[in-house]
Design a protein around this ligand. Structure first.
Ligand SMILES: *Cc1c(COP(=O)(O)O)cnc(C)c1O
Length: 365
């Protein structure tokens, strides 16, 4: 029998000039926080988003922390967040000493439900962090209409768009991540966007230990962070970003094959984009209705695993996790249901159609 290789969930793909750029870092000695790739990566990132500038960070979590600090969020403030997300959306709220207020998500988009958000606003609400979960854009207009600063956690949504506006460019501040399995990777890294240039440069200052520029002295005007991206990471990032369009096309083709291949399969819903949005299909996901499908998502994962196929359960609702139970105000049924039914399927940009057909065949039984 022919050797069958395991199909991973999502692995980085190096399809461009990554090796050449990293080699240049080593040859020139510019491997740390200064060098041309940091500038070039930021510049290309900004240009792709129709912005004049962007600020790179050491991670997506660092970008979110910097954004909250920039908005002056602190002790006594409330920040509305979705319950269904990766914990790194919420931890920075605690880093600045504020209180997370969990909103449920919409069953169709899986992202924060605007009606819920409206009901949670209080005089202490200082910011709303929305998450374009698995690349699916949030319905932002009703949330923006509340008039409270919105931070977009666009860490999973590079290249996604809400009503023709790219995710991460719509709220007050947009935060991106380039960790190992995101749409593009720098090994680890992140980016900040905002239209307000003073704000952007102040965030740059915060990520650089708040060291006063233009002096040889070590003068620091605030408590800053060491949140910079290295030139080595930015070299990877630039090469990856140059291939973004190709990557997005590959992800969409994968999505279309799942939609086609799983069409009409009772009890399986392929999560897809609403008509007003464009997803990057970072992780293609399905919802398994056990009563109809005849197996729950854990059994589905076990069956796929037995066939050497990796999957991933949806994030655990944050209000049910140990560090956040004290902030829970009651059940959030949609987040909890989606967690029970959601599973992400192999979505690497290099996923071969014949491997994807194997995934579909196992699901079809
Ligand atoms: C990946 C991710 C982050 C954090 O990004 P890192 O670069 O891993 O720190 C934050 N929020 C969400 C929703 C993520 O998926």
């Amino acid at each position: 029998m022919a050797q069958r290789t395991r199909i991973p969930l999502s692995v980085p793909a190096f399809l461009g000039r990554e090796a050449e750029y990293v080699q240049e870092c080593i040859e020139t000695g510019w491997v740390s926080s200064k060098g041309r790739f940091v500038r070039d990566f930021e510049a290309l990132f900004a240009r792709l988003h129709d912005h004049g500038a962007a600020v790179s960070t050491g991670s997506g979590t660092a970008a979110l922390h910097t954004a909250l600090a920039e908005l002056g969020v602190g002790a006594g403030d409330e920040v509305i967040v979705p319950a269904l997300t990766f914990i790194a959306t919420v931890n920075p709220v605690r880093y600045v000493g504020a209180t997370p207020v969990f909103a449920d998500v919409d069953p169709t988009t899986m992202t924060i439900d605007p009606a819920q958000v409206a009901g949670l606003v209080s005089p202490r609400t200082k910011a709303i962090v929305v998450v374009h979960l698995y690349g699916q854009p949030v319905d932002l207009d009703p949330i923006l209409a509340l008039g409270i600063p919105v931070i977009e956690d666009a860490t999973e949504a590079l290249g996604s768009a809400y009503k023709d506006r790219l995710c991460g460019t719509i709220g007050e501040i947009g935060c991106f991540s380039f960790n190992g399995n995101k749409v593009i990777t720098t090994g680890g890294g992140g980016m900040l966007l905002t239209r307000d240039t003073d704000r952007l440069e102040h965030m740059r200052y915060l990520t650089l230990q708040a060291r006063e520029p233009g002096s040889v002295e070590y003068l620091h005007g605030e408590v800053g962070f060491n949140y910079v991206l290295s030139n080595l990471q930015a070299a990877l990032g630039l090469a990856q970003l140059e291939g973004l369009q190709d990557r997005l096309e590959r992800k969409r083709a994968i999505h279309e094959r799942y939609v086609e291949g799983l069409r009409g399969l009772p009890g399986i819903r392929v999560v897809t984009e609403p008509e007003w949005a464009r997803s990057n299909f970072w992780l293609n996901s399905i919802l398994v209705d056990p009563a109809v499908y005849g197996a729950d998502r854990e059994e589905v994962a076990a069956r796929l695993d037995a066939e050497d196929i990796d999957t991933r359960p949806f994030f655990h609702p944050i209000h049910q996790l140990a560090p956040y139970r004290e902030f829970a105000r009651g059940p959030l049924p949609v987040s909890e249901l989606l967690h029970d039914q959601g599973i992400s399927l192999p979505s690497s940009p290099t996923l071969a159609p014949e491997d994807q057909a194997r995934v579909i065949d196992v699901l079809r039984g």
